[in-house]
Design a protein around this ligand. Structure first.
Ligand code: ADP
Length: 603
């Protein structure tokens, strides 16, 4: 099946029963092949017995005919065995693929409440480790369950046909074998779980150490970091060695018990043969069938631990699948035309118990430029995120062209209210594709033209031209590291290119120099002709260029008006302006500012 044809099928089942049912055609084919394979094994053993007896009774013609047939069946068995494994293993692989696609879809839909509850490391381990366990259960686990049933039937049919007494003697060690196997399965299960937890702790330590490598270096704490990591690594080694010991012990013990069983068969079977109750051919066929009987029983122990782990993993995945998104589509259809008139009415919001915004109201008319200014922690970014419903916006508080944003499809809200975050995230791909992120075709000529225009507007075009491969330079984690200011402007270009009716810019000037700031503000002023702009900024100089300014303090709008009006009022904004004036004068004199600069947000 091609990847594309798999992708089209939706929605994909996300329960164990649903996946078993969905993969049932593959399982059916696999079981048929497996049943045929085990029947072929039965045929082989019984004919082998006859061939040997024919040879020992000087019937060379029959012996060679049977010999040729045995070779043919052996080749056929090989093909059946390979094909049955392919069919059943593929069912496990396809189930894993589908569950992973469904998991990613679900993760895209889930909102901030879910991500506050479940750390990224945990989600990653579910998307990799747990899905791997599910694949093992649905592939290897199912294969061995079926193989045990068919294999037992096929082997017992041979041994019971030859001698019931000898079969009973051979299986005398069975209870011991089963008991030992279950003890090992339990030990393996708990060791494996501890081992996986140790891997998880080690991965988290590696991730945090690498992510914070600059902090580690700046405090010269490399040795301390290495010492801490050595502890985690040693714990992992200890758990791995314990697991290896259990594994290492398991097979020799199993082999010892099965060897004991073989000794019984040799001794008792030999006696039966001498008493001419069974023929030499039967004796050999019995031995072969006994070997086929042992492996499915040993495998049963492994399968029982696989089933437990697979079910535990499925439960962990079910936690993600059953989570309900806290932000969902509204019932109204896509609006055909959006003017971009935004109204905020009595908006109050908090994270859990913590109240962050209280009774915020303002209007943003099409073509207007409004600033939001406030100290760090006053709620500016939260307000910005609530407008396009990136946080669960309370119903009846934000309206786009008079429609409650909670009633509109999310696609319409987010497509029309563009939000450029303060800490810009760039994907690890070319800078051009990062800017063209919202386009369907990110590589075409049309896209490149739009990208260049947006980059020029965001005052980053010239700097991109100086990168090693220009717009084709890979940036982000695996590529060229851009400066904070460059990243902000790439994000600004990305937001401009998406052409939203309302553009919310979260402090896009926090990491750029004064000249670039002026140039960007020129662009923003030009942009307002086509859209409304809400500018969150910590610079009074930027706020001064806006039509009106809202001053946010402890989640409330405490002042509003133009730059001149607010200066005249002599309130919080006037204090910010004075502080920034003193700071820049001190800077000009080469003296460090005594007080930290307050933040100003412009809408
Ligand atoms: P500003 O942008 O003005 O600095 P924020 O909106 O980022 O303010 O933060 C306002 C308050 O909300 C702060 O006290 C902050 O700790 C809290 N806060 C912000 N984001 C979250 C979040 N995702 N979860 C919990 N608290 C948050």
């Amino acid at each position: 099946m091609s990847v594309n044809s798999l992708r089209q099928k939706s929605p994909l089942p996300t329960t164990l029963g649903g996946q078993l049912k969905r993969q049932s055609p593959r399982y059916t084919v696999g079981f048929l092949l497996l049943g045929t394979y085990q029947y072929a094994q039965y045929w082989f053993d019984t004919r082998l017995s006859r061939a040997i007896d024919a040879a020992t009774h000087d019937n060379a013609a029959l012996a060679s005919r049977l010999g040729a047939a045995l070779i043919g069946v052996a080749v056929l068995s090989l093909a059946l065995r390979v094909l049955s494994r392919m069919a059943i293993f593929n069912a496990g692989r396809v189930a894993e693929y589908e569950l992973r696609s469904a998991l990613l879809d679900q993760l895209q839909r889930l909102g901030p409440a879910f991500y506050r509850r479940m750390p990224i490391g945990d989600i990653m381990s579910r998307a990799t480790n747990d899905l791997g366990q599910v694949r093992m259960l649905l592939g290897f686990g199912i294969l061995n369950c079926a193989n045990t049933v068919f294999g037992l039937a096929s082997a017992l049919a041979v041994t019971l046909h030859i001698s019931v007494k000898l079969t009973a003697a051979a299986l005398a060690t069975l209870p011991l074998l089963m008991a030992v196997m279950f003890v090992f399965a339990r030990m393996m299960f708990s060791q494996q779980r501890e081992n996986q937890e140790a891997i998880g702790a080690m991965s988290a330590a590696v991730q945090s150490s690498i992510a914070g490598v600059r902090v580690v270096r700046s405090f010269a704490l490399e040795e301390e970091e290495a010492r801490r990591f050595a502890l985690t690594n040693a714990t992992y080694l200890d758990k791995s060695l314990r697991l290896a010991r259990v594994r290492g012990l398991m097979f020799p013990v199993m082999q010892m018990i099965t060897a004991f069983s073989a000794v019984i068969v040799l001794w008792y079977g030999g006696k039966l043969m001498l008493a001419e109750e069974i023929s030499p051919g039967d004796f050999l066929a019995f031995f072969r069938a006994l070997r086929r009987l042992t492996w499915p029983l040993i495998a049963l122990g492994m399968v029982s631990s696989l089933v437990q782990r697979g079910r535990a993993s499925f439960l962990r995945l079910a936690e993600v699948f059953s989570a309900r998104p806290d932000i969902t589509d509204g019932p109204l259809p896509m609006p055909s035309v959006v003017r971009g008139q935004l109204s905020v009415r009595g908006l109050s919001f908090g994270y859990g118990e913590q109240r962050v915004l209280q009774d915020v109201s303002f209007d943003l008319e099409p073509g207007s430029l409004v600033a939001i200014v406030g100290k760090t922690g006053s709620g500016k970014s939260t307000l910005a995120a609530l407008l396009p419903r990136l946080q669960p916006t309370p119903r009846g508080s934000v309206f786009l062209d008079g429609q409650d944003v909670c009633d509109l499809p999310l696609h319409a809200v987010r497509g029309n209210i563009g939000y450029a975050q303060q800490t810009a995230f760039l994907f690890s791909t070319t800078v051009g594709r990062n800017i063209a992120y919202c386009l369907d075709d990110r590589d075409g000529d049309k896209a490149m033209l739009a990208v260049r225009a947006a980059a020029a507007a965001a005052q980053i075009g010239d700097e991109i031209a100086f990168l090693p491969d220009g717009f084709n330079t890979i940036v982000g984690e695996r590529g060229v590291q851009l400066s904070g200011g460059q990243k902000q402007r790439v994000a600004l270009a990305r937001a401009l290119l998406s052409e939203p009716r309302v553009l919310v810019l979260d402090d896009p000037l926090s990491a750029v120099d004064a000249r670039t700031e002026r140039a960007i503000l020129d662009v923003i002023e030009r942009e307002r002709a086509r859209r409304s702009v809400l500018l969150i900024t910590h610079r009074v100089a930027a706020a001064a260029r806006c039509d009106s300014i809202l001053v946010l303090d402890h989640g409330r709008i405490v002042e509003r008006g133009t730059h001149a009006e607010l200066l005249e009022r002599g309130g919080l904004y006037a204090d910010f302006a004075e502080e920034q004036r003193v700071e820049s004068e001190l800077e000009a004199l080469g003296v460090e500012a005594p007080v930290p600069s307050p933040e100003v947000v412009t809408a």
